[in-house]
Design a protein around this ligand. Structure first.
Ligand code: COA
Length: 218
């Protein structure tokens, strides 16, 4: 299986992050995992299995034993007690992070294809301040940055959920750029909490795809 490291400087003995083409991640699923997806459409089964294959490979890299990754009723992944992690898939790619629970409190990963976050979606996805920032960019930079801002909200959502069990809407948080590789997230109402504090890492994987990763150490 060919998997590509994602943010290798962030990874180490307690954390593995990688992506791979969906096609490279086919295979048999654990029977317990299959039970969670048996009645879904084939394309959904394919991405579900791909995420589990990648998570298993990353767990293996960290020396963690194979264990089924079930899906909760709310559709969030139920990580075995010795690890935490996050999964994402888009049209052709899958990305995942797995961390040892002793070192990593939570992690959120998201992969997106560039260009689908069209301006007509901005009023739903972005606050006024975010939309003003995006509108002021050079025209050729807008699609990439809008995709990264959207992806950052998805990574934030996945990272905070295991800690809060709460749904967060797109207008409830605001993303800002701090430097070439980093974004931040802040609540639009109320005080920032510990799970808002970490930076969100932005990665341009290729001309067509980006990823973001939010990591809360233990
Ligand atoms: C959960 C959600 C973020 C998934 O994003 P997506 O772009 O549809 O799909 P992705 O492929 O990137 O991620 C899917 C994976 O997220 C994971 N996931 C699902 N619900 C989750 C949750 N509540 N918390 C953490 N991870 C979750 C699952 O592993 C899922 O893959 P799987 O079903 O194959 O196991 C999205 O569907 C959602 O419900 N969003 C809620 C609102 C929101 O996005 N708010 C953003 C503003 S902060």
């Amino acid at each position: 299986m060919t998997i590509h490291p994602l943010l290798p400087d962030l990874a180490g003995p307690d954390l593995a992050i990688a992506w791979a083409p969906l096609e490279a991640l086919s295979g048999d699923s654990h029977p317990d995992e299959w039970e969670d997806i048996a009645s879904a459409a084939p394309s959904r089964q394919k991405e579900f299995v791909a995420g589990r294959q990648l998570a298993r490979a990353l767990s293996d890299q960290l020396g963690l034993p194979p264990a089924p990754l079930r899906r909760a009723v709310d559709r969030s992944p139920v990580w075995p007690s010795d690890r935490t992690g996050s999964l994402s898939h888009c049209d052709t790619l899958c990305a995942a992070a797995v961390g040892k629970r002793s070192a990593i409190q939570s992690v959120g990963v998201d992969v997106e294809s560039i260009g689908r976050v069209e301006p007509k979606l901005w009023p739903t996805l972005f606050t006024e301040r975010e939309a003003d920032y995006l509108s002021a960019l050079a025209p050729e930079a807008i699609a990439l940055e809008a995709t990264l801002f959207f992806s950052a909200k998805e990574s934030f959502y996945k990272c905070q959920y295991p800690l809060t069990q709460e749904w967060v809407g797109f207008q409830d948080v605001e993303v800002a750029r701090t430097d070439k590789a980093l974004l931040t997230v802040a609540p639009t109402n109320g005080a920032a909490q510990a799970w808002h504090a970490a930076p969100i890492h932005a990665v341009e994987m290729s001309e067509s795809h980006v990823a973001t990763v939010m990591l809360l150490p233990a």
